[in-house]
Design a protein around this ligand. Sequence first.
Ligand code: HEM
Length: 242
Amino acid sequence: MKIDYRPWLIVFLVIVSILFLYTAYDKQTKTLKLENLIKVLSFQDITYSLRELNKVAALAALGLLALVFIVGPLSKFWPVVFAKYLAYRKTVGVISFVIILLHTAYSLFIYYKLDPGSIFAQATLLPVIFGFIAFFIFLIMTITSTKSAVQKLGYKKWKTIQTCGYIGLLLVILHFFYIESKPTAGFDVRPYGLVIFYFAIAALLLRLGIIFVKTPERKLYEEHFGENEEGRKNSKKISGKK
Ligand code: HEM
């Protein structure tokens, strides 16, 4: 079986962009400083490095999820450019869930030290609950992302589960906003973090946008992921590509 390296390349580029544009950003001078990135990657201070890498993981997961969600609507608006990327959604989606697992595990075991008092502290209770619900939505989506799951559930039920992903994305956006909002500084995130935040909102709005655009629905698993020749052909037809 041939492995397609292109979805992995997308994941790699997203993570590298976050390391160079987010981790390297210096809040005091408002410039990019390579020393900041080296400090994190050298693990001189393990606690600091892990905390920064947890932020990289969280942002990478959100950025990749937004990419997965935005391809559907974009392929309906501009099929010639975007329909070919539908086939990458499954791999990128599963990788982003693995990254979410790492973020959740770090947050629970190291950030909150498994202390229920800290996890469910009044100040962060709501964003943590949003995070957990989103986590379970993406867990179910990942488990049911196989062809055999579609056969067991039936396409309609399966499609409903996949559509719940948009609720998951909304919850992650709220999780990000509330967990990074400080009483004095407000929503305090480095500029590249803001780019990813607004990109995720754009993905959600575009999805809502296609509700108003009348296009035939995808009715097969293969059309959904652009898998096999027939699925790709139908997917292009549905998207309006000649
Ligand atoms: C779908 C699941 C989730 C996604 C995609 C996600 C994503 C994010 C994002 C984008 C941030 C902001 C990173 C930044 O500072 O720039 C964040 C922060 C955070 N998240 Fe999540 N999250 C998820 C679930 C959870 C869960 C279940 C927990 C559970 C405890 C959690 C705990 C945290 C904590 C503690 C922070 C603050 C980290 C810090 O400031 O160092 N997240 N998350």
